[in-house]
Each structure stands twice: as structure tokens, then as C-alpha cells.
Write a protein that binds this ligand. Sequence first.
Ligand code: MG
Length: 255
Amino acid sequence: MIVKKTPAEIEKMRAAGAVHARTMQLIAGLIREGISTKELDDAAEKYIRSQGAIPTFKGYRGFPGSICASPNDMVVHGIPGPYRLERGDVLAVDIGVTLDGWVSDGACTFPVGPVSPVAEQLLAVTEASLFDAVEQARPGNRIGDISFAVQSRVEAAGFAVVRSLIGHGVGRELHEDPQVPNHGDPGRGPLLEPGVVIAIEPMVTTGHHEVVTASDGWAIHSQDGSLAAHFEFTVAVTQDGPLILNPWHEQGMEG
Ligand code: MG
């Protein structure tokens, strides 16, 4: 069942999203060769709590980190730890922020110093597929329009959409209905109406779409070892069109 949000509730989710966006910008400023993913995790948790918010992922089904930090062929759900970033890495950072009981979910993949041309293209295409998808999050469209937007952008570039991991509704819970796949047909699936709030999150590899879970039970890697990227926004469908609730890409969110 899709739980639609009132305009007042969307404003509360936007407040959580503002903390989220500032946290992502803080992490963006810290990413460099030699820093460990645990140090990024500590910085994110400290900032989130300083804002009166809670890191949503910490303790979620036993997840030990405040953020997910997934380098290179790891797609998602990396546990922050002693791994130190190296020049040429790409690092996917997924953050959840809960403020006053409302959740913001979002991710960005960062280059560490200069990266290979294919890595650069992977990040650009995956981020572009997210923005294409956001454009579809308007009343009258269906979830399939979002899925198709991601898939067409990604496959036109010769990359693959991970199929077994998908976006989702978000609100008081981190994972709500509807499911938001990153591949599918336009005009299909649940109807988008004002008040529907979804996490749109393309996960893309430079190789094949199959993934495997690591022995820690959390980290998910591309099966063929190819590079992966993950970008995500929490987006509200409104009368006026899509509204990104955690705009980590916008400058001037400091404060
Ligand atoms: Mg998500």
C-alpha cells in the first residue's frame, strides 16, 4: 500500500533532506586519497546527530555503520571500515537521515582524484539517468516511466542496470511501497499522484548486471568485478512536478 504524504509532511521530509544534503556535502569535502571509510562514517554520524537527527542506517537490520561506503566494484551496502581510499577509486556513499520521524535516503558516487575515462563516464551517465528519472516523477505518470528513463540512458551508454536492487517508497519508514525498479516499460506500474514520495536510485555497472553478496552478509559487488556507481534522491511527486527533498547537488546548503 502506498502511503501518500500531505504537503505538511513533505515539508518535514524536506527538513530531513536538508540535513542529509549538508551531510553529503561534508563527506564530499573530506573525500581524498588516504582517508578511511570509517573516518567518513564517524564524520557523517557526528554531523547528523549535531543536527538533532539520527543516522537511519545505523542498526537497521543490524547494519553497523551510519553510512554505506562502497568502493569500486562494490555496488551498495559497504560497511565503513579500515579501507583507505586510493587515487583512481570511485566511492559510492549512501546516507539515511531521520529527523522528527521522517526519513531521507540518498546516495552519490565520488571520484578519488583523477579516475579512468570509463569511471568518469560511468559516474556521469549514472547521475544523468537519475536526473532523467526525476523528470518523470510527476502526476499522471507511472513507476515504469521512471524505470524506463534510467534503463534507456544507461543502456545507450553501453552500461548495465543492476536489476535485483531497486528504489522504493520512503516516509516514516526507510522502505515503503511502491517498488521502483531501474528497468522497465513506460506507462506500466503504479500511478504517480501528488503525495507519493520515492527513493529513485540507479545502480549501474560497466559490465554485466548480476551482483553477488560478500561474506560479511552486507556488501554487494558486481559479479564480474566491473566498476559500479549509485546515485539516489528522495523525490516527492507534487502538483507542480517533481521535488527533490535532499538536493545534495545544490550549492549553498551549508548552515
Ligand atoms: Mg534507497
